[in-house]
Design a protein around this ligand. Structure first.
Ligand SMILES: *Cc1c(COP(=O)(O)O)cnc(C)c1O
Length: 396
């Protein structure tokens, strides 16, 4: 039989780690085929809709012919000004909307592409482990190598910068950081950001801070921006997202802000690849940051996740788990019980016994082994049911 041409993916594709959820997805489908009522605490995708004030603005913009052609390469001024407004209002950070803000197709897109902008073959990026997988994948696509920065419970899930060998630090181009942190739920004090700026200046490294979860926070804690510390705007950029804050994961809009030269290179790179974010969505994104309802909505969402957090933390503690109570993010990071060989075994056991989907820590890197992650992205009633099933399966 003639199979036509022989399809050989590039090395970079073959080097991609097997998709974290592929094996779990297979098990979920098998369970669903058997009629099991699956409760998904795996993927961190908000379960609530985008707020009406945002959807309304989008509906209006879509009707307007001014939105139907290519957006400007440099992004819409309205959106960039709205991002600058948010930074001033929330973080007391001044940004020049034209030089210090880059519009992204979701922050993941910028995180994936920043390495291509600065990394040559064999260069090193410093990557947190456990961490969002895109930092390492973007590095690999650019031909770079990663140096893992372990995030350990004993150090409050902050990387120990002094433990990075100076020869590695001197060769490093980018340092990825992410607070409030996915997957650990940990937060970083300003003192740590200060330390990161000093380290970056000493070794000439661009800090890339990902603050996707800054607006989901509890108990009066307001996560700082990396750019709040002195010298940060010279030392790097911050990625931000509307996805988790405004339940807009499907809309694909985010931004990078900070050091003007870095923003310029990223924008120039993107100009050659995509043609920007749909103008209706950029106008809508501007509305998200500036509408008077935004603060009420943000508080409502945080209150909703806080109720779920308290329920999960209390149920898990009663089961004997050592749980760290997160002050931000919608994740809970929990050590796997000692009688299981590892996080994948534990998560598979729980899925098969209970129909509850968890994420194995191993999927976030080698230092994630021994943990699992719960995403608080289901309603309280379902979360309570999941906890009851878990308790039953673990006491059996
Ligand atoms: C969800 C997430 C993002 C990506 O968000 P988008 O703006 O939707 O691309 C980035 N970083 C972390 C850590 C995330 O969890």
């Amino acid at each position: 039989m003639d199979m036509g041409i022989n399809i050989q993916p590039a090395d970079r594709i073959n080097k991609l780690p097997r998709y974290l959820f592929a094996e779990i997805d297979k098990k979920i489908r098998a369970a669903q085929d058997k009629g099991v009522d699956v409760i998904k605490l795996g993927i961190g995708d908000p379960d609530q809709p985008t707020p009406p004030y945002i959807v309304r603005r989008a509906a209006q913009e879509i009707e307007k012919p001014r939105c139907h052609n290519y957006p400007p390469d440099e992004g819409l001024t309205e959106f960039k000004e709205a991002v600058a407004f948010y930074y001033k209002e929330r973080h007391n950070v001044e940004l020049d909307p034209e030089r210090e803000v880059c519009v992204l197709l979701g922050s993941k897109e910028g995180i994936a592409h920043i390495s291509a902008c600065f990394v040559n073959n064999g260069d090193i990026n410093l990557v947190p482990d456990p961490g969002y997988p895109v930092y390492g994948i973007g590095t690999m696509f650019a031909g770079g190598e990663i140096h893992r920065m372990p995030l350990l419970a004993g150090n409050n899930y902050l990387p120990e910068l002094q433990a990075i060998p100076p020869a590695v630090a001197d060769k490093a181009k980018l340092m990825f950081l992410n607070y409030p942190n996915n997957p650990t739920g940990a937060e970083a004090p300003l003192a740590f950001f200060n330390e990161a700026v000093e380290f970056a200046k000493k070794h000439n490294i661009i800090v890339c801070h990902d603050q996707a979860y800054s607006e989901i926070n509890y108990d009066g804690y307001l996560p700082p921006s990396f750019l709040e510390v002195k010298g940060a705007k010279e030392a790097g950029i911050e990625f931000g997202s509307l996805s988790k804050t405004f339940n807009m994961t499907g809309w694909r809009i985010g931004y990078a802000v900070g050091r003007a030269e870095v923003v310029e290179v990223l924008s120039r790179y993107k100009t050659n690849i995509d043609s920007g974010t749909f103008k209706a969505i950029q106008y809508t994104g501007a509305e998200a940051f500036t509408h008077p309802d935004k603060e009420m909505f943000r508080q409502e969402m945080s209150a909703m996740y806080r109720e779920r957090r308290d329920l999960a933390v209390s149920a898990l503690s009663q089961m004997g788990f050592q749980v760290r109570v997160p002050k931000a993010t919608f994740y809970i990071w929990v050590p796997v019980p000692a009688r299981f060989a590892g996080s994948m075994e534990f998560v598979s056991y729980v899925l098969e016994e209970t129909g509850v989907v968890l994420t194995p820590g191993r999927g976030f890197g080698e230092y994630g082994e021994g943990y699992f992650r719960i995403a608080l992205t289901v309603e309280t009633k379902r979360l309570r049911e999941a906890m009851a099933r878990l308790r039953k399966a673990l006491s059996a």
